[in-house]
Design a protein around this ligand. Structure first.
Ligand SMILES: CC(C)(COP(=O)(O)OP(=O)(O)OC[C@H]1O[C@@H](n2cnc3c(N)ncnc32)[C@H](O)[C@@H]1OP(=O)(O)O)[C@@H](O)C(=O)NCCC(=O)NCCS
Length: 146
C-alpha cells in the first residue's frame, strides 16, 4: 500500500469534509475547511492512497505558537503509521517556520490519539472541563516544545 502526502488544496475539500464526518462527532463544514485553506497561517496535509483521501492533519500558527486543529485517518487505514507520517510533516513545518511550541486538545477518552501524541513528545499540560459541546467531555491540553 503506497501512501502519498500532499499539501491540502481546494480540490481535496469535499473528500476531506466527508472523511472528517466519518471520524468526528463534531465535524467541520466544507466552508470551515475552505476558510482554513484561504488563511495564510495554516498548513494542512492529506494522505492519499490509490487516489482516495485517507487521512489529513492541520495546524494553525499564530505568534510563534502552533495549534494542531485535527488529525484523522479513515477506518481500514489505521495502525499503519499514516497519522505518524502526517504528524511528522506537521512538526517539520513547525520547525521550519520557527514555531516555539505546538499545542493541541484531545478528548480525555481518546487513548489512541493521546498515545500517538505522546509518541511524538507531546506532554499533558492541563485540562479543560466541559470542553466538547456534544457530551461535555474534558479536553486534555498537550504541548510539544520545538
Ligand atoms: C488517532 C488516529 C489519528 C491514529 O491514526 P493511525 O494512522 O492509526 O496512527 P498510527 O498508525 O500512526 O499510530 C501511531 C501511534 O498511535 C497510537 N495508536 C494508534 N492507534 C492505536 C490503537 N488502536 N491502540 C493503541 N495505540 C494506538 C500508538 O502509540 C501508535 O504508535 P505505535 O504504532 O508505535 O504503537 C486514528 O485512530 C483516528 O483517526 N482516530 C479518529 C480521529 C481522532 O480521534 N483524531 C484525534 C483527534 S485529537
Amino acid at each position: 500500500m503506497t501512501i502519498f502526502y500532499e499539501t491540502m488544496q481546494a480540490k481535496h475539500i469535499d473528500a476531506v469534509a466527508e472523511l472528517d464526518k466519518q471520524c468526528f462527532t463534531l465535524s467541520w463544514s466544507r466552508a470551515l475547511f475552505e476558510s482554513e485553506l484561504n488563511s495564510s497561517n495554516t498548513f494542512y496535509i492529506v494522505a492519499i492512497c490509490e487516489e482516495k483521501i485517507v487521512g489529513y492533519c492541520g495546524i494553525q500558527a499564530v505568534a510563534g505558537e502552533g495549534s494542531i486543529t485535527n488529525v484523522c485517518v479513515l477506518h481500514g487505514y489505521r495502525n499503519k503509521g499514516i497519522a505518524s507520517s502526517l504528524l511528522e510533516k506537521i512538526i517539520s513545518y513547525g520547525k521550519e517556520t520557527n514555531l516555539e511550541f505546538i499545542t493541541l486538545e484531545v478528548r480525555e477518552s481518546n487513548i489512541n490519539a493521546i498515545k500517538l501524541y505522546e509518541k511524538f513528545g507531546f506532554e499533558k499540560v492541563g485540562a479543560r472541563k466541559n470542553y466538547y459541546s456534544d457530551n461535555k467531555e474534558t479536553a486534555i491540553l498537550m504541548t510539544k516544545q520545538l
